[in-house]
Design a protein around this ligand. Structure first.
Ligand code: RFL
Ligand code: PHB
Length: 389
């Protein structure tokens, strides 16, 4: 097989890149390890920056999002179970953001792909990237028991944190920056009406978050120690724990019900520099991971795809490689600002096991400052809303 751009991974980054390239007249083939049902079953991100929303609309992917998504002007922070304040993104930046699930975006992208008969091969195995530093790289893999070879001009590594693309960059050419946190998020999805706002809680018992997917679907998370066994968290225990971490009026407003999904995600910050090796370009979680506290992961995947698609379009329409050459540095600048914001919010909102009394007072003072300072709120609002592309 032959194509212009081989895309590894049919997650949001890979499928969005394929869609945008198609609309710019560039041919691609997407190779995905798992089945479509498996990819669509993953419950992940829920908050889209305005830049993400605008880009999806620009490429005709915003119809269902505009019908079903929930627009927010800001988010709430509560701490110590009592103090509450609103980070008003609309007031400070005249921007909004959208609660709309990654699962829905993934469905929208697959349906858009079906309409244009996109070349997406699911359940490929043994994928290897070859000749990355020559002008003619190729990908080998097996599909339905058959060995295949895909020739291309460029390869986009959109295969997530555990994919093969990043590992195909020689170790000595990669610089890795990593931070692991000593806790994870236990999340549940329940068919109950959510609270009106997205609310982040810092509580002596640990962090908690109230979010949503639709007027009838809620998403809640609590901080749990690393290594927690999900079997120890039946729904009743989850509900009583999360209620204990919110002020009484919010806890009373939470409508409980059986969970329809429950999972634990570890928290980690990770950046790979460079995001390019020869003809291979990394995008999304393949190149970086942020803890979910800033709701940045999916939005970063989208901004990488924006820069990469723009660079590939410039190459195929004008023959210039300047934007491709600048891709890694351009993307990384935005990546680091989201990595920093996510790290900052993680530190601000979680309880760290073994943290000293000094750390605790400093955290409380930071929250107090944020609560009382217009300037601090404006700065956080700007970061939460997302920097311009
Ligand atoms: P994905 O979604 O991991 O997709 C990668 C795809 O590549 C496939 N793959 C391979 N394919 C072929 N060959 C191989 N060898 C392969 N290895 C892997 C995989 O099967 C998969 O289909 O990466 P992508 O596209 O970069 O998208 C990134 C986002 O999924 C991720 O950043 C977000 O979900 C992070 N995230 C959030 N981001 C936000 O912007 N806002 C949020 O509110 C938000 N909340 C979250 C989150 C992530 C969470 N978890 C579970 C980690 C909440 C949680 C709990
Ligand atoms: C979500 O709705 O899943 C969500 C919202 C905000 C975050 C992380 C996840 O910061």
């Amino acid at each position: 097989m032959k194509t212009q751009v081989a895309i590894i991974g049919a997650g949001p980054a890979g499928m969005l890149l394929s869609e945008i390239l198609h609309q710019h007249g560039i041919d691609s083939v997407v190779l995905e390890k798992h089945s479509r049902a498996y990819v669509l079953d993953r419950i992940r991100a829920g908050v889209l920056e305005q830049g993400t929303v605008d880009l999806l609309r620009q490429y005709g992917l915003g119809q269902r999002m505009d019908q079903e998504g929930h627009v927010h002007d800001g988010m709430k922070i509560v701490w110590a179970g009592r103090e509450t304040f609103f980070i008003d993104v609309k007031k400070h930046l005249n921007k909004q953001f959208m609660a709309y699930g990654q699962t829905n975006i993934q469905e929208d992208l697959y349906l858009a792909g079906d309409r244009r008969a996109a070349k997406v091969l699911m359940e490929v195995d043994n994928l290897q990237l070859m000749n990355l530093t020559s002008a003619h790289p190729h990908v080998t893999f097996t599909h339905q028991g058959e060995s295949m070879r895909l020739e291309c001009d460029y390869i986009a590594g959109c295969d997530g944190f555990h994919g093969v693309s990043r590992q195909s960059i020689p170790q000595e050419l990669r610089q890795e920056f990593e931070k692991e946190y000593p806790f994870g998020w236990l999340g549940i999805l329940s068919e109950t009406p959510p609270l009106d706002d997205i609310v982040y809680a810092n509580h002596p018992r640990g962090f908690a978050l109230a979010s949503m997917r639709s007027p009838t679907l809620s998403r809640y998370y609590i901080q749990v120690p690393i290594g927690t066994d999900i079997q120890e968290w039946p729904d009743d225990r989850f509900w009583s724990e999360i209620k204990s971490r919110f002020p009484k009026e919010m806890a009373d407003a939470m409508v409980t019900g059986p969970s329809i999904e429950k999972s634990i995600a570890p928290l980690r910050s990770y950046v790979c520099e460079t995001m390019r090796h020869g003809q291979l370009f990394l995008a999304g979680d393949a190149a970086h991971i942020v803890p979910p506290t800033g709701a940045k992961g999916l939005n970063l995947a989208v901004s990488d795809v924006f820069y990469l698609s723009r660079a590939l379009s410039a190459f195929y329409s004008q023959g210039t490689t300047a934007l491709l050459d600048a891709y890694s540095a351009t993307a990384l600048r935005r990546v680091w600002s989201s990595v920093r914001t996510s790290w900052y919010l993680t530190n601000l909102l979680h309880r760290f096991p073994g943290g000293s009394d000094f750390d605790q007072r400093a955290q409380e003072n930071e929250l107090d400052y944020l609560k009382s300072s217009h300037h601090a709120q404006a700065a956080l609002a700007e970061q939460y809303a997302g920097l311009p592309l």
